[in-house]
Every structure is written in structure tokens, then in C-alpha cells.
Design a protein around this ligand. Structure first.
Ligand SMILES: [Zn+2]
Length: 459
């Protein structure tokens, strides 16, 4: 059930003082952190970032029209974010990178009106297209040091830039409330809540820009992390988590896990958190979704790090305002937003305060020695055929998981010989009970390599 959302006047007044909404608590435990995730705080950040309400900038009321990377307005957004983090007591670092070339074929990158940055120049390609080189932008980093493992980091990331339909005009209104003021607000809220808590591992709260032109900010930062041997335990990337039109009894988030075992394990951990923290939310773990690598975690996958990308459920509730001037504050679902933020922030706190045995750790991406075929029939009833092809001799284990990431059934592994192998699942769980209708995942594992397929049991 959706409800209309209004910011109480008192909160707006507080924001004009440019003070944190709620003073940073010193969380005693995980439950406190989860409960303290404040929807009014999240929505106020979104209201400011998306131009829905004004905010005070050095004593003057101001509005952020767009956070388009080629627009001067993005500097306002950057300053706003830096100020918010500094208010929580962080020393904020800016990581400069160059947005060069033309990542997206439709991206002309024309200079927007009133924006002749001295640090950029233009090239006429032989196609005649005009594009920009060497526009220098900033990633924003606030670091919280862990007391026990200060050199080992969890990254909590989101992109703060936005776009709309006409991205050749950088002064066009591009509120980007869902994409991605929602993720940016979640990073700010996590930074606020954890400002004074004791954590074992270090955390970097990172806000990237240049995402919409091809992940420029995160690519640059991942390259920096690789070159500096940064010890990254895991990355949680939050991009679009506040739009949902579906009734509350069928709301999912998507957890994009890629092909790393360790990323899948983190996604599973998050799924289990939803369950054990009684967050009224489902989750879908995706590993082979076409859009899985289209956000700022992907460069971290590419350097072999554990990373999960958290997003709203595009499959059942696609946001029709995506990349348009209509991606506005008023279209968001605060209750859904709140649950996703609780999941992300709670998981971050859990990881950063966990003993090494229960944390997750990046593992290198192994090369594939097998491929899992599409199960058939799909949807199925009563049984589904599962087959895979191997080039090596390692055993492939097949497990069935439900939508909450719980193990339903461990199927037989193969004989270990190369070639084609197959098995079936009859819709009965390991407990001997018929599984209910719904989405399940077939997970094949061998030599630390994982592939996953989604199946639908339709009784
Ligand atoms: Zn985005």
C-alpha cells in the first residue's frame, strides 16, 4: 500500500539551519542502527538534491536544478554533499577524474548553455560529432576508520549525477529523484548514523559522478584502488531504490551479484538479513541480468572485488520516469525507500562490526570451466530439467534457493567427468515438503565459480 508523503514543516525549517536533521546517535547495536534509519532524513536529502525544495547555501536559499555531469549545477550538488558530510564530522576528500570521450553513442556531450568550463576543450570527430574531453569532475569520499582493521575497507557507494531525456542541454531540469538521489541519500544517511559508532573495519562513503556518461567516476576510482592495492572487503552500490508502485505485500529489491562467489554470498547474506530483521521486503538475486553491470559497482567487479548492486525491482515495477524530467520527489514510495535503505545500512553496519569469520571477502574471479544451460520447461510443474556443460573435471554442485536466498534443496553433483550432465528438480524441498509456487534460483558452483538461473514453479 502506498501512502502520500509530506515533509513536516519543522524538518524543512531545520534544514534551513543547515544542521543535521537528527543529531548523530551512537548506535549500540545493529537493531538500533536499523531502527534509526530515518525516512524523513532520507526524503529531505532527496528533496534538496532533486530540486523539490530549496536548501541554504552559505546563507542563501538555492535550488539544484540538475546534477547533469556537463552542467555547472553539479558543482552545487557536490558542495551540498560535502557540506552534509562535514556536518557529521567527516573530513571529505575529493577525487578528481576526467570525463573524456564519448562512452554512449547517443551522448553528444555538447556544452550546455552558460557553461564554458576552462578545464575542458572540444574535439570535432571525423563524424562531425561534437564532444567534450577532459572535463574534470569530483568523486566525494568520506572515510570512517575501523578500530581493529583500519586498512580493510567496506565501500558504500552511489552516484550523485543525474540526467533527463535531452542530455545535450545541461541546464534542463533533471531531478533524478530515484536515479539516483535515492542512493545518494542512503549514503548520506549511513554516514550520519555511523558517524560516532565504533566499527572494526573501515568504511568509505563514496559518491561518484559521471555515471550516466559511462561510469567514469567509479572507473577512475576503481583504477586508483587497484593501483594503490586498497584492501576492499566488499562494495555495496545503491542505485534507484525508491520507486515502487506495487502493493506492499509484493515488494522486492534486486540484488545484482554478478559471477563472483563472494558477491553472491554477500547478496545471500542481504537476503537473509531481510528475513531475520523482519523487513517487509522480498529480494531477487540476479547474476545474469543484462543490466547488472550498468552501475558503479561494475568497475569493482572488474578488479576482482566483492560487490553487490542494490536496486528497485525493475521487472515488476519499472519506473516510467527513468531518465526523464518526471523522475521527481513526488513519484517516490517512501515506505519502500525506507526498507531498502534499512537493508543497505544495516548490512553495512553488520559487515563493518563483524569478526573476520563472519565477514565477506573479495575473491578473485576464476575462469569458467562449465556453463549452466537454461532450465526447461520454465515455468515448470511438476519438475524442471537442469543441464550443464563442462570442459574440466571439477564437480559441479547444484543447489536450489528461494527468493529470500534460503537453500531449498541440494541436488546431486555430477560424476566429475567433462561433457554434458543433467539432473532434475521435482519441486520438493530438502525437508520433503512441496515448495510453493514462485521464483526459485538454480545455483551451479564449481571451483569457486557460480552461475545462476531463475526458474518459476507454477503449481
Ligand atoms: Zn543511476
Amino acid at each position: 500500500m502506498k501512502r502520500n508523503y509530506m515533509i513536516p514543516a519543522i524538518l524543512i525549517i531545520l534544514s534551513f539551519c543547515f544542521a543535521p536533521l537528527v543529531s548523530a546517535p551512537a548506535p549500540q547495536d545493529l537493531q538500533t542502527v536499523i531502527q534509526d534509519v530515518n525516512i524523513d532524513s532520507l526524503m529531505l536529502y532527496v528533496a534538496h538534491l532533486s530540486g523539490h525544495t530549496t536548501y541554504m547555501n552559505n546563507g542563501v536559499a538555492d535550488t539544484i536544478l540538475t546534477r547533469y555531469s556537463y552542467s555547472p549545477e553539479i558543482i552545487k550538488a557536490k558542495d551540498y554533499l560535502v557540506n552534509r558530510l562535514e556536518q557529521c564530522g567527516y573530513t571529505v576528500d575529493l577525487h578528481e577524474f576526467s570525463l573524456t570521450g564519448k562512452a554512449n553513442p547517443s551522448e553528444t556531450g555538447e556544452m550546455c548553455q552558460g557553461w564554458p568550463p576552462i578545464n575542458s576543450d572540444y574535439h570535432e570527430e571525423n563524424t562531425g560529432a561534437l564532444y567534450k574531453t577532459a572535463l574534470v569532475l569530483d568523486n566525494i569520499i568520506a572515510e570512517k576508520i575501523g578500530t581493529t582493521y583500519p586498512e580493510q575497507y567496506y565501500y558504500f557507494i552511489a552516484h550523485y549525477d543525474s540526467r533527463a531525456e535531452n542530455h545535450t542541454n545541461g541546464m534542463l531540469y533533471a531531478p533524478g529523484a530515484d536515479d539516483n538521489a535515492s542512493g545518494t541519500a542512503t549514503v548520506l544517511e549511513a554516514a550520519r548514523l555511523l558517524a560516532e559508532s565504533d566499527i572494526l573495519y573501515s568504511i568509505k562513503f563514496i559518491l561518484f559522478s559521471g555515471e550516466e556518461q559511462g561510469l567514469w567516476g567509479s572507473k577512475a576510482y576503481a583504477a586508483w584502488a587497484r593501483d594503490n592495492n586498497e584492501d576492499i572487503m566488499a562494495v555495496i552500490n545503491i542505485d534507484m531504490i525508491a520507486y515502487n508502485i506495487i502493493s506492499d505485500n509484493f515488494v522486492n529489491c534486486q540484488l545484482h551479484a554478478g559471477y563472483y562467489n563472494s558477491s553472491f554470498e554477500l547478496a545471500e547474506k542481504m537476503s537473509q538479513n531481510i528475513h531475520s530483521w523482519s523487513i517487509d521486503l522480498g529480494s531477487i538475486i540476479l547474476t545474469d541480468d543484462a543490466a547488472s553491470d550498468r552501475s558503479d559497482h561494475a568497475p569493482f567487479w572488474d578488479i576482482g572485488k566483492t560487490a553487490v548492486f542494490v536496486s528497485e525491482d525493475w521487472q515488476w515495477s519499472y519506473n516510467p520516469n527513468y531518465h526523464t524530467v518526471r523522475d521527481e520527489y513526488s513519484t517516490l514510495n517512501p515506505s519502500y525507500f525506507h526498507k531498502n535503505a534499512q537493508l543497505c545500512i544495516g548490512t553495512l553496519y553488520q559487515l563493518a562490526t563483524s569478526s573476520p569469520q563472519t565477514g565477506v571477502r573479495s575473491t578473485l574471479k576464476p575462469s569458467a570451466s562449465f556453463s549452466l544451460d537454461e532450465p526447461y520447461p520454465n515455468p515448470f510443474n511438476p519438475q524442471v530439467n537442469i543441464s550443464w556443460t563442462k570442459t574440466g573435471n571439477s564437480r559441479v554442485e547444484i543447489r536450489i534457493y528461494d527468493i529470500l536466498g534460503r537453500l531449498i534443496k541440494k541436488l546431486e553433483s555430477d560424476s566429475g567427468e567433462s561433457g554434458i550432465s543433467n539432473t532434475t528438480w521435482n519441486g520438493i524441498g530438502g525437508d520433503g515438503v512441496d515448495a510453493a509456487s514462485g521464483i526459485y534460483f538454480v545455483k551451479a558452483t564449481s571451483d569457486g565459480y557460480t552461475q545462476i538461473k531463475k526458474i518459476l514453479l507454477n503449481r
